[in-house]
Design a protein around this ligand. Structure first.
Ligand SMILES: Cc1cc2nc3c(=O)[nH]c(=O)nc-3n(C[C@H](O)[C@H](O)[C@H](O)COP(=O)(O)O)c2cc1C
Length: 186
């Protein structure tokens, strides 16, 4: 089984990474291989809203017209069996890099061709409020809505705050282990 982490944090040692790594530990314990992507280190433009009506190649062909790292990352997601989306909580919402990526992904998923190997793919979300600690549940709702719009099977979205990060690591790891070992029908 292949798993891919798509993280909206740039820090491979930060709080978001600690939480995401716990999910990945669970996945690897159940036999998965993992790849990590830190979106702020990749070239991901925001959507250009290409046509006058606000749409573009996304709606006509399920692809994005912008030539940057988006296409390669989407291919990585298509090749994975499960996906972990992690984000630091910014203003009670997704980080800008994950927002830019998912804004474009949900558009390409409007078209049947864009949804290939995405529709029904199991994903887990993790939202880490690493400052005051507020906003993780709101961020989770935003992430769940966005990923569901893309067509993913959002099996769980876990809120974490700085104050309970250490306590939640075991639950995050259990979520990853469960995701890798669950019967296909669950
Ligand atoms: C622009 C911005 C907005 C933020 N908003 C929140 C917030 O709403 N709630 C919170 O607890 N922390 C907030 N933080 C702190 C981040 O959640 C914290 O820096 C992050 O979880 C840790 O980053 P890392 O996981 O990438 O290391 C914010 C940080 C930034 C830069």
């Amino acid at each position: 089984m292949k798993a891919i982490l798509v993280s909206g944090s740039r820090n491979p040692d930060g709080q978001t990474a600690q939480a995401a790594d716990a999910v990945l530990r669970g996945l690897t314990a159940a036999g998965a291989s993992v790849e990590r992507v830190f979106l702020p280190t990749r070239a991901i433009e925001r959507c250009r809203q290409c046509d006058a009506n606000g749409w573009g190649l996304c709606r006509r062909a399920g692809r994005c017209a912008v030539a940057d790292d988006f296409g390669t990352l989407v291919e990585g997601i298509r090749e994975a069996d499960v996906v972990v989306f992690a984000t630091p909580v910014y203003y009670s919402d997704l980080s800008e890099s994950l927002r830019a990526f998912t804004d474009r992904l949900r558009r390409t998923c409007t078209h049947e061709a864009g949804r290939v190997s995405i529709q029904g793919k199991p994903v887990i979300g993790v939202c880490v409020a690493g400052g005051g600690g507020g906003g993780a549940p709101t961020c989770c709702a935003s992430l769940e809505r966005t990923l569901s719009t893309c067509g993913f099977d959002v099996v769980d979205v876990l809120p974490v705050r700085r104050q309970n990060l250490q306590a939640k690591l075991a639950a995050l790891e259990a979520a990853g282990r469960w995701l890798a070992s669950r019967p296909r029908s669950v």
